[in-house]
Each structure stands twice: as structure tokens, then as C-alpha cells.
Design a protein around this ligand. Structure first.
Ligand SMILES: [Zn+2]
Length: 407
């Protein structure tokens, strides 16, 4: 099948402050590329390093620490340098002359994990989080590349280069599109990897991720109990003013819990973004009352809210939010797959596999299972070799259990 590639160049209309965020992003991206080029050129043994994997393995963690870029942009910076070193090496092989590649042009490479490409705007990951950039388009689109490719369902945006034109003092997005052949399983996308973040919801730990992050529910529960005590004593008083106070407490309570859930949802989406995930997997909320006998109406409300907030924020990042059936995710060992009730001996937060001895926080184990269930489902639907992964603390694991380290 013939694959067509097209590039559409679009001038951007940025919100206030975005210019500075993009400049910061450009600087840090160049820093990653230059640092990588320096390390790759002549390597540590006199040979130029042209392996992306090798460069990433050595450089990623430090550059991630040194910058405010997402994992994806750090990787893109390293890869850009490796590509340049590679072409330098082939020039040398052909008898040409060249020196270490340096990066001074103000540009950043984006893909669908660090950007979303829409019909009239793009969102771009920056050192200050995502920004929303409107496209500046001619009034009459007829015959423009924008109409022919970007608004054409036969083409799919794959990546883009953000470039700053200093003379014009304008930002441009060069969006690369590929003709879409409707068969995503056997084409170039086989090298594209999908990574999913699993999230387990609970009462003691309100949310736990497959990357090992947790948010305590204790604070939420404690505050709620406090409110309930005050409300109880006011109800016993039963006066008119006590009634009014109860109403205002109700409002304050939801607002407070709402803010807290907002923060968690934001952190969850950022966690997914930091690990380059394109999906976040939650458990199906309808199962919560059966799964958690201790759960109150309040928790069902809180989980639903959290899910909605995550769904809303994730959209901006181009991350899908999916729900999976949580059956056995708390009893199954995320390491060896053994499902036993005895893996949860005390009903507390400890998980201990009776077969392989794997012992971790139960919610972390469940979050990994939730992600893995989604991975298996996706794998089945796309067929072929595994390219859907679970995001873990220090790498990913695919449906065959193969582990890849990112740090
Ligand atoms: Zn096990």
C-alpha cells in the first residue's frame, strides 16, 4: 500500500504567556539535543553512538531531572541528536567531512503524545504544562493545504515541528500527515507503542497508579467525618439557624471534596503524560458497591467525580480514559498471574502472592492488573505482536510480560 506524507505549515495564535512557555520549551529541548549530541559524538570509546536505545538509557534520567520537559519531549530531544549523529556518520563514511551536530534553531519535535492536532487548534506540551494554540487560517480555505490534508479524513496527523521565525516574531507548526489506509494493524504504526496507566480506586487510598503513585483517602474521610459530627449535633438542636448552618456545611463539604478530587485528577493526568501514556484505565464504577462493602454513597459520588475530572482533563492531552471490569484485580498477582483469595490474607492493604511471594501494596498491585486487563483487551483487538504496554515505576511491561526499562 502506498503511503503518502504531507506537511502543512500553520501560523499559530497564542494565548497570553504562551510565548514565554514555548521559548522555555525550545531552550530545554535544544539543551537535551545538544547534551545528547555531545555524548554520542565520539562516545566514550571514540566511536559515534548511533543507537537511540543506548543514548536514551544513558541520558534520559539526568535530562529528565535537569529539565521541566515531559518524558516524551526529553526522548524526542535525544532522538533528534542521534538522528543527526547518524547522518554525520554516513557523511564520514562517504568520504565527506563533518563535525559534531549542534542545535541552535528554535524548534521542538512533537508527536501525538506531546500534542493534539485538531481542526482549528493544537495543544502543545511545554515547560509550563499544555498550551492551547489556535491556527491562523485564511478566510477561504478552498484549495489550501489545510483543507486538502488537515481537514481530510484520508490523512492522519502523525507529528509536528514547532518553529519560531525570529524575523517575523511568529510561531509556526509544521504538521506532518500520513495518508490513512484504514488498516492500522499491518502498517507503519506497528512501531508505535501504546502505553496505559492503570488506576485503582479505594477508600483508604483513594487512587493508586500502576506507576506506584498513591493518594490517601484518609484526609477526605477524616474531613467528612468531622462535617458529619457537626451536622449531627446541629440536627439534634433542630433550630431554624441550625438548619441554615447544615445547608451551608453541605455546600462547603462538597466544594472542599471537589477541590481535592480536582487536584488528584490533575495529578493523575500529569502522571499519565509524564509516562507517555495514551490511555488511563479505571475500573468500572458500577462494581464499586459490591467490591467495597465499606464504601458509602459518598465514595460512589467521589469516584464518579474523579473519573469525570480525569476524563475531562485527559482529553486536552489526547489521552483516552477507559473502564475495565475489575473482577479479581485485587486477588490476582500482577507478577505471576496467580489468583487466590489468600493473596489478601488480612483484608488490609498488603498483597502477598502465595505462589511467588510477591509482596506489595494491594492497591498498587490492583492498579497494575487493571492496566494489564486493558492491555490484553487492546492486544486482542489489534492482533499481532505486543505493542501495548503497562506503565510501571521504571519502565513498561507488555501483554507477554516482557519488561522494558525507561530509566
Ligand atoms: Zn505471584
Amino acid at each position: 500500500m502506498v503511503e503518502l506524507r504531507r506537511t502543512v505549515v500553520i501560523k499559530l495564535d497564542l494565548p497570553e504567556g504562551a510565548d514565554e512557555s514555548l521559548r522555555g520549551t525550545v531552550d530545554q529541548f535544544k539543551h537535551c539535543a545538544n547534551a545528547a549530541s555531545e555524548w554520542c559524538w565520539h562516545g566514550d570509546d571514540g566511536y559515534h553512538v548511533t543507537s537511540k536505545a543506548k543514548a536514551e538509557q544513558t541520558l534520559y534520567a539526568d535530562l529528565k531531572d535537569e529539565t521541566d520537559l515531559t518524558a516524551n519531549l526529553v526522548q524526542k530531544g535525544i532522538r533528534r541528536a542521534v538522528e543527526a549523529v547518524k547522518s554525520g556518520v554516513s557523511r564520514l563514511k562517504n568520504g565527506g567531512q563533518t563535525s559534531r551536530p549542534t542545535f541552535s534553531k528554535p524548534s521542538v519535535v512533537y508527536d501525538k503524545r506531546s500534542a493534539t492536532f485538531n481542526e482549528d487548534h493544537a495543544t502543545l506540551s511545554t515547560v509550563d504544562g499544555r498550551i492551547h494554540a489556535e491556527y491562523i487560517l485564511p478566510d477561504d480555505l478552498e484549495g489550501t493545504p489545510h483543507r486538502r490534508y488537515l481537514l481530510n479524513d484520508d490523512y492522519e496527523p502523525r507529528m509536528a515541528t514547532l518553529q519560531y521565525d525570529a524575523d517575523a516574531d511568529e510561531w509556526f507548526l509544521h504538521i506532518s500527515l500520513r495518508s490513512y489506509d484504514g488498516d492500522d494493524t499491518e502498517t507503519g504504526s506497528s512501531t508505535e507503542h501504546t502505553t496505559v496507566l492503570g488506576v485503582d480506586l479505594g477508600i483508604d487510598t483513594i487512587a493508586a497508579t500502576s506507576t506506584g503513585k498513591m493518594w490517601s483517602g484518609g484526609y477526605l474521610n477524616h474531613r467528612r467525618e468531622q462535617y458529619q459530627r457537626v451536622r449531627g449535633s446541629l440536627q439534634r438542636r433542630g433550630t431554624q439557624s441550625a438548619h441554615r448552618t447544615i445547608e451551608s456545611i453541605g455546600g462547603r463539604e462538597t466544594r472542599w471534596a471537589d477541590d481535592y478530587l480536582h487536584c488528584i485528577s490533575k495529578a493523575l493526568v500529569q502522571e499519565a503524560d509524564a509516562y507517555d501514556c495514551d490511555a488511563i484505565a479505571f475500573e468500572e464504577l458500577t462494581h464499586i458497591r459490591d467490591q467495597m462493602p465499606k464504601a458509602k454513597k459518598f465514595h460512589a459520588w467521589a469516584f464518579r467525580r474523579l473519573y469525570e475530572y480525569v476524563e475531562y482533563k485527559a482529553e486536552e492531552y489526547g489521552i483516552n480514559v477507559v473502564r475495565i471490569n475489575p473482577a479479581y484485580t485485587s486477588q490476582q498477582c500482577s507478577k505471576c498471574g496467580t489468583t487466590l483469595e489468600e493473596n489478601r490474607p488480612n483484608g488490609d492493604h498488603r498483597f502477598e502472592c502465595q505462589k511467588c511471594g510477591y509482596a506489595v501494596h494491594a492497591d498498587y498491585n490492583a492498579a497494575k492488573n487493571i492496566a494489564m486487563k486493558h492491555v490484553r483487551r487492546r492486544q486482542k483487538s489489534i492482533g499481532g505482536r505486543p505493542r501495548v504496554n503497562v506503565a510501571l515505576k521504571s519502565g513498561t511491561v507488555n501483554a507477554n510480560g516482557r519488561y522494558s526499562s525507561t530509566v
